[in-house]
Ligand binder design. Structure first.
Ligand SMILES: [Zn+2]
Length: 413
């Protein structure tokens, strides 16, 4: 395992254009944005800043580049990739159960979960400007909580370059594997911020049972719930309704997320409108991985109803599929295209989904280029935000917690 280098600390990130606006200087203290002042081109510039390298006093020249908040990957699986390893041909069947079985048969030989592979994935995220993640981590009868320990060790190695919340994820089912519910409870007691679920109907064949189990843990431990829901159509919508009922009854508004939720994009318009409104009233959120081939989520309607939408890479290059990269901005382009966004304000919305509006998915009150926010900044050479979303240009500089963690494609942690 390679150990992390100590990144440069930033005191001033000068001459950047937040969200494509006028040039400013971002002043950083204690890892947070302490002040935002208009950039004065006539002000004396410290030597050595022309390449974007911090001087001894921590001044970094942003060269007038477009600044966005650090990207937020709201649905990742950093414990189960083979990124950076020799090619692994997919050999499983094309069903959820087939993928689960394939993964369980081959993960040991790939060293999954392992600190090294997790670090490789995290660095790929950092390279592309992601500074905060919500990652699902497998919890099952074989691994128990070892995957979570692995992920925590990898995150610690990067010294805070990636802020993370963990979902204890029952990839192999909950009730159909007696003992898993207890493991989820133990994970929550040990600090996992959320307990996960998986297709309560089609995997456990007991949607009420799985959801009651998850909600009991959430109430007992004060954690959130984040359920992978691939079940589509009426079956999926029915499970969303079960989650709405339980969220309201338990007073867990704002703490329950539906991941994927293909059903929300699939049901007829009138049913969709009722479902979206009810989700908004219950404070339920959604995360999508912008999958090609699925009915797109009604992003505008969800947001208008108060349903926060987050974007994530899902697993990248893992035993479920060889697809995916660590580039969340490229995935933002995909979300925009799948959502048929064309207008500038829609493209800005896509960028907000991938950054500032995703604060809640990583346990932050604010994640933006404003005073008081964590100093997580991505610089790109783009004319404006729509241009950045459409082209996903190379990340020129990535700052996390007030430290330079990547520059021009080189990861510095
Ligand atoms: Zn997932």
């Amino acid at each position: 395992m390679t150990t992390a280098r100590t990144p440069e600390t930033v005191t001033v990130l000068r001459d950047v254009r937040p969200w494509g606006g006028e040039p400013v200087d971002l002043h950083v203290a204690d890892g947070r944005i302490a002040a935002v002042t208009p950039h004065d081109p006539a002000a004396p510039q410290s030597s050595g800043t022309s390449s974007g390298t911090a001087t001894d006093d921590g001044v970094v020249d942003g060269r007038g580049l477009l600044a966005l908040p650090g990207l937020v990957n709201a649905h990742a699986h950093v414990d189960k990739s083979w990124w950076g390893r020799p090619w692994v041909s997919y050999g499983g069947e094309a069903t959820t159960q087939g993928r689960i079985a394939h993964e369980r048969a081959h993960r040991d030989e790939l060293g999954i979960p392992g600190v090294d592979v997790t670090l490789t994935v995290l660095r790929e995220f950092v390279r592309h400007g992601t500074t905060a993640i919500r990652t699902h981590v497998d919890v099952d009868l074989g691994l128990r909580l070892r995957g979570i320990e692995v992920v925590r060790e990898a995150l610690a190695t990067l010294g805070g370059a990636v802020h993370a919340e963990i979902v204890a994820f029952p990839q192999d089912g909950v009730l159909r594997r007696p003992g898993v519910l207890d493991l989820l409870d133990a994970a929550a007691a040990a600090g996992a911020e959320h307990v996960g679920g998986l297709d309560p109907a089609s995997i456990d064949r007991d949607p009420v049972g799985q959801l009651d189990g998850l909600f009991a843990i959430a109430e007992r431990r004060g954690v959130g719930i984040d359920v992978h829901l691939h079940d589509g159509g009426d079956l999926g919508a029915f499970q969303v309704e079960l989650m709405i009922d339980r969220t309201l009854r338990a007073g867990l508004q704002g703490k329950v997320n539906v991941a994927h939720g293909f059903a929300v994009g699939e049901v007829p318009p009138s049913r969709q409108a009722d479902l979206v409104a009810a989700m908004g009233e219950a404070g339920i959120t959604m995360t999508t991985v912008a999958p090609i081939g699925a009915a797109p989520l009604p992003v505008h309607a969800l947001r208008a109803a108060g349903v926060a939408v987050g974007l994530g890479t899902d697993g990248i290059r893992d035993l479920w599929a060889p697809y995916g990269t660590g580039d969340l901005l490229a995935l933002t382009t995909q979300l925009a295209r799948l959502s048929r966004f064309r207008h500038d304000d829609e493209l800005v919305t896509a960028a907000r989904v991938a950054t500032s509006d995703a604060a809640r998915f990583v346990g932050r009150d604010v994640h933006d280029l404003v005073v008081g926010a964590p100093a997580d900044v991505v610089l790109v050479d783009a004319e404006n935000v729509p241009d950045a979303v459409v082209r996903a240009p190379r990340r020129a500089l990535v700052v996390a917690g007030g430290r330079v963690v990547a520059r021009d494609g080189d990861v510095l942690v």
